[in-house]
Structures are given as structure tokens and as C-alpha cells.
Design a protein around this ligand. Structure first.
Ligand code: 3HC
Length: 313
């Protein structure tokens, strides 16, 4: 087949809802945008461990500490899962790590905000993982097989992440006035960065139209954002939290919560590396990646020894 015919056949496969596997023919632009998105998704999972890791030693109870440790461990596993999905394109993990550490690759802007107190851990679990669930349940229908399959397992664990965050917020809103104020303050600081997780509006999104043509995305940024808002506003009201948006109104016709303008200047400032914690997050990653080199070397050496042993048996 000519490349033209291959492209037509590829689109027919996508339109028929088939999964594209790593060894299948695919347009270079399909491979490129998926590698971009999957590697940045993996970076987000790993960097996202930092703001939460900040509170493991200061968790208010052993139960809270165990739950937070389990969540952070899950996030690391999600990152490894996604790096493996990206590696099916033939890229080496060290190259993806170099792209992250040198700023060539992005990660979700939401992780560049500080975690000031325990209520932030609740807000992150409830809002950030809640937004991730809306996005990732859509990605579980992605046309690229390894990515879609990775999402199935990740979404199961995100459910626990979101619930434990909401439990923290509910407990604090049923607590002392000081705890209520802490939870509301965390809500005020994490609400808008969580809405930014869904990306720019569809009208200004660089990738959405192509990603939807190829069913990398089966729903748009704005559609997913609206679903998250509709679900989360009700949850906030249920425990007595106020959504920090004076323009929030319920539209009986559309049954949507209409919300105010997102501060896109803030969004791009943070995405472009100038948020409150961008430099700290990357410096931390570089430091501990370097310190962990001996573990990676030992694991690779052990793997080679095992392979040699197996080949002799
Ligand atoms: N933070 C940083 N960059 C963002 C962003 C955000 N919140 N939203 C969009 N961008 C970037 C895009 O990466 C793109 O830049 P690039 O071309 O250099 O990659 C640019 O802004 C234009 O955005 P588009 O909407 O056109 O880009 P996409 O079509 O890729 O959509 C996305 C953006 C919705 C984030 C999509 O990439 C996606 O669904 N990614 C996978 C999910 C993901 O990465 N989630 C991040 C959080 S992971 C998480 O929360 C884990 C949980 O367990 C805590």
C-alpha cells in the first residue's frame, strides 16, 4: 500500500473503534502526539508525589499516614506504568527523564502549587485526583492500546485517592471552626488549578481536534471540565464548602453549573515554568534521581544476571 492508502486504512481502523498496537502502522504525527501526552502524563504522576510526600511525616494519625503512603506509592506506580506505555514507541526512559529535567517536557501545572497544611492533602485527593478520574476514564477509551489498558488499572486506584481526599475534607468540615477555615482555604487555593488540569479551552487547544480525529481523546477539554465541575460543586455543597467562584450559577436548562473565567495568564505562567514551586519540583527530581542511580544500576545488573542464569538452565 502507498502511504496515502495506509493513512486511509488507519483512519478506517480508528473510526471502527479498533485499538492501535505498538507494532501497527501509524502516522508519525499520531505516534508523536501520543508520546508527548503519555510521557507528560507519566511525569505528572511522579512529580505529583512531591507535594503529598511533604506531609507523610506530619500526618495527623497513623491511619492517615498509611493512607497517604499508599496513595503516593500508587502514583509512583502509575508513573512507571505510563513510562512503560511510552517506551513501546521505542524511546528510552532516560531520554524522557532528561526531557522532564531540562524543561523540554511538561507536567501538570497543578503540582507546582505548595501544600501548606493537612487540608491541602484532602483538597488534592478530592479535587486533583477527582479531575484526573474524569480525564482518565475518558482516556481508558483511547485508540492506542497500551495507553487505554494502563488507564483501566490506574482509574481503579484513583477512585480510592479521590474518596480518601473527600473524607479528609468532610472530617475537617465537621470539625472545629479552625479546621473548617483550613478546609475552605485549601478549597480556595486548589479549585481553579484543578480546573486548569483539563487544559486550554477547546477553541485554543493546540491538539484537541487532531487528538479527537484519532480518538486519542474521545471527549474535549471543556466537556470533561464541565463534568468535573457539575460533580464536584454538589460534593462541596454537601459538606458545607463554598466554591470560590462568584459567577457560579446553576443552569436548569443545561443542568450544568456555569462557572467563571479561568485565569489563563496564571495557567500559562505556571505551565511555562514560573509557578510557585516549578524550580523546587525539578531540583528535587534531579537530586533524588541522581541519588537513586545506584538502585537502578543494581536492578539492571540483577536482571542481566537472572537472564544469564535462565539461559544456562
Ligand atoms: N499543565 C501543564 N501543561 C498543560 C496543561 C496542564 N494542566 N494542560 C495543557 N497543557 C499543555 C499541553 O501539554 C500542550 O502543550 P505541549 O504541546 O507542549 O504538550 C498545551 O498545553 C496545549 O494543550 P492541549 O489541550 O492542546 O493539549 P492536550 O490535547 O495534550 O490536552 C491534557 C492536555 C488534557 C492535559 C492532555 O494532555 C491529557 O489528557 N493528558 C493526560 C492526563 C494528564 O496528563 N493528567 C495530568 C495530571 S496526572 C494526575 O493528576 C495523576 C493523579 O493521580 C494525581
Amino acid at each position: 500500500m502507498t502511504d496515502e492508502q495506509k493513512l486511509v486504512h488507519f483512519q478506517e481502523r480508528i473510526d471502527a473503534g479498533e485499538k492501535i498496537e505498538p507494532k501497527d502502522w501509524m502516522p508519525e504525527a499520531y505516534r508523536k502526539t501520543l508520546l508527548r501526552q503519555i510521557s507528560q502524563h507519566a511525569h505528572s504522576e511522579v512529580i505529583g508525589m512531591q507535594p503529598e510526600g511533604n506531609w507523610v511525616l506530619r500526618a495527623p494519625s497513623l491511619r492517615a499516614k498509611k493512607i497517604l503512603l499508599a496513595k503516593i506509592q500508587d502514583e509512583g506506580g502509575h508513573g512507571l506504568y505510563l513510562y512503560s506505555a511510552a517506551e513501546t514507541f521505542g524511546i528510552d526512559r532516560s531520554e524522557m527523564i532528561e526531557q522532564l529535567q531540562t524543561g523540554k517536557a511538561k507536567y501538570s501545572s497543578v503540582f507546582n502549587y505548595p501544600t501548606l497544611n493537612w487540608a491541602d492533602i484532602g483538597a488534592i485527593g478530592w479535587l486533583v485526583d477527582g479531575a484526573a478520574i474524569v480525564n482518565q476514564t475518558m482516556l481508558a477509551k483511547c485508540s492506542f492500546g497500551p495507553y487505554a489498558r494502563a488507564m483501566v488499572r490506574i482509574c481503579k486506584e484513583e477512585g480510592f485517592h479521590q474518596r480518601q481526599g473527600y473524607e479528609i475534607m468532610a472530617k475537617m468540615m465537621a470539625g472545629t471552626n479552625e479546621q473548617k477555615a483550613m478546609a475552605q482555604d485549601a478549597m480556595n487555593r486548589w479549585w481553579w488549578p484543578s480546573l486548569m488540569m483539563f487544559g486550554p479551552h477547546d477553541s485554543s487547544s493546540a491538539h484537541t481536534s487532531e487528538s479527537m480525529k484519532w480518538k486519542i481523546k474521545v471527549e474535549s477539554n471543556d466537556s470533561l471540565r464541565q463534568r468535573f465541575v457539575n460533580r464536584t460543586v454538589e460534593q462541596a455543597h454537601h459538606i458545607g464548602l463554598t466554591v470560590p467562584d462568584l459567577n457560579l450559577t446553576y443552569n436548569k436548562e443545561t443542568r450544568n453549573w456555569n462557572f467563571g473565567d479561568i485565569n489563563w495568564d496564571e495557567f500559562w505562567t505556571v505551565v511555562n515554568g514560573n509557578g510557585p514551586c516549578n524550580h523546587q519540583r525539578i531540583a528535587h527530581h534531579i537530586k533524588y534521581h541522581r541519588e537513586g542511580e545506584w538502585v537502578r544500576e543494581a536492578a539492571v545488573a540483577f536482571g542481566k544476571k537472572q537472564q544469564k542464569q535462565n539461559s544456562l538452565n
